[in-house]
Design a binder for this molecule. Structure first.
Ligand code: SDX
Length: 430
């Protein structure tokens, strides 16, 4: 591969540097394209456009590879914990015991939110979507920690902010659930680790303590690890875009949560279950829905299928499918939606439309089966994705704010509107 790429426009030739990443990915640096040629590029959805260089996560869509700081996701899902991979993503290395203990202790120290914030929950109607509440609450945290509302901060302050956000997001999520079912809030406990603490806040009540089951803790740990980062996806790109204006981490993550809410992104895990329930209620006629998904005149999509990057298989979907099987077997649960999902996957992967477009189950296709088995309500499925993605968002925001090459994000456009015209008075208008 030469050092430069040549672009010939008319009778002019322009040269731009070629960049090669550590995994031999190639890019053409077109930073000077407009100043040299007056041209810009147009790339709807940015499928061919890199926004930045990053050392956090690598994925190869053709080979189904996903690694956090070089560690394969399969090993991390099996052997690591959510707190440990959060440290890995944010600080670039697996923590030693002392570092892990200090990180965990900081989570415990900052697991509570200010008591006044309970009033916020009381003001929401019971039907408010928990993603709206989560985004608002994360942004509202900035009102209680003014010394953390900055874009550039010391490593110590950032360390505390990262641990505090990772810890408090659980508390906010659980409080929003308790509010929605009219039960009293259950506070975080210092004697419980990350996942058991969340489950206890969600499902314990003064009348009945929650029995923390090892298989449930493991399944939720696997899901959180698998959702922790995914390079420049829509919500992470949103976090980086908002942070590029030197907005603080609370604001950047609050925006990322709202981007994740969309059914084409993190909201898909909720949409998958809604789709499966609708198919089930309509007689489970798979061919009818496969055909609807292929019919361009219908707005029906096979939710949980397809991916911008993975064109072979989503490595996370394979692990989650097995995890769902294992958990339901251990819990003695038979969920007809799991059988339906498997049959739908099998039917789609035999259909030329899906095979030719390389559409396979993604991370959202089976995750909802596990959330259902645990008892997490449907509208909280995207919240579970947000809890998982928190370390990734934090890691990318910090990487972006510390990169001297970072500039405020400001894409260009090709204007297709009216040419210049003079104002006319209202009497002259048709
Ligand atoms: C996540 O980016 C990430 O990394 C995201 C994520 C992460 O960890 O952050 O992995 C998490 O968001 C996973 C995706 C969850 N969303 C869904 O499951 C929603 C259903 N999937 C689709 O909407 C779609 O596949 C996307 C949004 C995921 C990807 O969209 P692309 O890359 O823009 O693909 P496309 O829309 O251009 O589709 C290409 C073709 C089109 O048909 P043709 O125009 O070629 O005829 O495939 C078709 C699409 O119509 N297609 C589908 C389909 N997905 C794509 N047809 C039916 N059902 C689908 N699900």
């Amino acid at each position: 591969m030469g050092d430069n790429a040549k672009l010939i426009i008319g009778d002019k030739t322009y040269e731009f540097p070629v960049l090669v990443g550590t995994e031999n990915e190639y890019a053409i640096d077109i930073s000077k394209l407009r100043s040299q040629s007056e041209f810009i590029t147009l790339d709807s959805g940015f499928g061919n456009t890199g926004a930045c260089k990053s050392a956090i996560t690598f994925l190869d869509g053709d080979k189904g590879i996903l690694r956090y700081r070089g560690y394969p996701i399969e090993q991390l899902a099996e052997k690591s914990t959510f707190v440990e991979i959060s440290y890995l993503l944010i600080f670039g290395k697996l923590p030693n015991q002392k570092e892990l203990d200090k990180f965990s202790q900081t989570f415990a120290e900052f697991s509570m939110i200010h008591e006044d914030m309970k009033n916020f929950f009381n003001a929401y109607p019971s039907g408010a979507h928990p993603m709206a509440i989560l985004s608002a609450m994360i942004c509202s945290l900035s009102g209680y920690y003014p010394d953390l509302v900055k874009s550039h901060m010391t490593d110590d302050l950032f360390y505390r902010l990262a641990a505090q956000l990772l810890s408090q997001v659980r508390t906010i999520a659980a409080f929003s659930y308790k509010k929605s079912i009219g039960e009293p809030f259950v506070y975080p406990r210092h004697d419980l680790k990350y996942v058991p603490n969340f489950l206890n806040m969600m499902f314990s009540s003064p009348a009945k303590p929650y029995e923390i089951r090892e298989e449930v803790v493991r399944a939720l740990k696997v899901l959180l690890v698998l959702h922790a980062d995914h390079e420049q996806n829509c919500s992470t790109s949103t976090v980086r875009m908002v942070g590029s204006s030197e907005a603080n981490l609370y604001a950047s993550i609050s925006a990322g949560i709202l981007a994740l809410w969309g059914p084409l992104h993190g909201g898909a895990n909720q949409a998958v279950i809604e789709m499966l329930e609708a198919i089930q209620a309509d007689g489970a006629d798979l061919n009818k829905y496969i055909n609807k998904a292929k019919d361009k005149t219908s707005d029906f999509r096979l939710m949980g299928f397809g991916h911008r990057v993975y064109k072979n298989f989503d490595p996370r979907a394979k692990i989650i499918k097995q995890c769902a099987d294992d958990l339901l077997n251990k819990m003695g649960i038979h969920d007809p939606l799991l059988d339906l999902a498997k049959r739908l996957e099998e039917a789609a992967l035999k259909d030329e439309y899906f095979v030719s477009r390389k559409l396979y189950p993604n991370v959202d296709f089976y995750s909802g089966i596990i959330y259902r088995a645990i008892g997490i309500p449907l509208n909280m499925f995207p919240v579970m994705f947000a809890i998982g993605r928190m370390p990734g968002w934090i890691a990318h925001w910090r990487e972006m704010t510390k990169d001297p090459m970072t500039k405020i994000g400001r894409p260009r456009q090709i204007y297709t509107g009216e040419l210049t015209r003079d104002y006319v008075s209202i009497e002259q208008r048709s």
